[in-house]
Design a protein around this ligand. Structure first.
Ligand SMILES: *Cc1c(COP(=O)(O)O)cnc(C)c1O
Length: 242
């Protein structure tokens, strides 16, 4: 199957899962995760109509950003200009504070904010370039040792601290659920994510409601959508297992 065929299938699955669970397919964003592939395959994905690209390492995000928004001669032809204009870049992996400065100008949404120190650094660097940067708070929903993120019971307190920073905009929550055989086993975690967001919103004034849940990967995005995901992050489902 080609990359374009895979994308069609994923988009179809997203649409069906949304409709069957009473959600609007248009409210669900597909982030194509290119961390295991090179520039050519990433370009193929963007040209097949995926406008949101996710990388988990800052250096690799910058490398692909450079290669996809300029041609080999360092020029911007209409193809590069088109890609540049419509592509949004997502940092989905763990971010070290000393890497924030390098990506702050390129990134559209940072999914993986897991400490106040990191949030403060993003806020500071965003202020320096006169931007307000969208972020998500990462929750370690299944309390796994191997994963990053805030524990569920600390989520509300963390969100309220992030909302005080004026050059970041907290849009919602993100999680990486356990690696399971049967995605139904992750539904309870996705439901908990939704409940945490509802709980946080009860403690906010109306105009700053959180709206986004970035949850669901190749193996569990259908279950995530059924529980209210608004962003799914799919790599293997687009590019195959390498
Ligand atoms: C790699 C990665 C994905 C995509 O995983 P697939 O199983 O290949 O779809 C999604 N989110 C994060 C944070 C990742 O690191």
């Amino acid at each position: 199957m080609s990359i374009a065929d895979n994308i069609k299938r994923v988009i179809n699955n997203i649409g069906e899962a949304a409709i069957q669970s009473g959600h609007n397919p248009q409210d669900i964003m597909l982030v194509g995760v290119t961390k295991t592939v090179g520039v050519e395959q990433a370009r193929e994905m963007l040209q097949a109509g995926v406008n949101n690209i996710g990388e988990n390492r800052p250096q690799e995000l910058l490398r692909k950003y450079g290669a996809l928004t300029k041609n080999e001669a360092g020029m911007e032809t209409s193809m590069e200009a088109n890609i540049k204009a419509r592509t949004r870049w997502h940092l989905i992996g763990h971010l070290q504070t000393n890497k924030v400065k390098s990506i702050i100008g390129q990134v559209s949404l940072i999914h993986s904010v897991d400490s106040l120190r990191l949030a403060e650094e993003i806020d500071k660097r965003a202020a320096q370039i006169g931007r307000v940067v969208d972020i998500l708070a990462e929750i370690n929903i299944a309390r796994e040792q191997s994963k990053h993120g805030i524990y569920p019971e600390k989520a509300r307190e963390f969100a309220l601290l992030l909302l005080k920073l004026t050059n970041i905009r907290l849009k919602g929550l993100m999680c990486v659920a356990p690696n399971v055989e049967n995605q139904e086993d992750n539904r309870k975690y996705f439901a908990q994510m939704r409940d945490i967001m509802i709980d946080i919103n009860k403690n906010l004034v109306h105009n700053e409601n959180l709206t986004d849940l970035s949850m669901g990967m190749t193996n569990d995005y259908i279950a995530a959508i059924c529980e209210g995901a608004t962003i799914v992050r799919v790599g293997t489902g687009i590019f195959g297992a390498n």
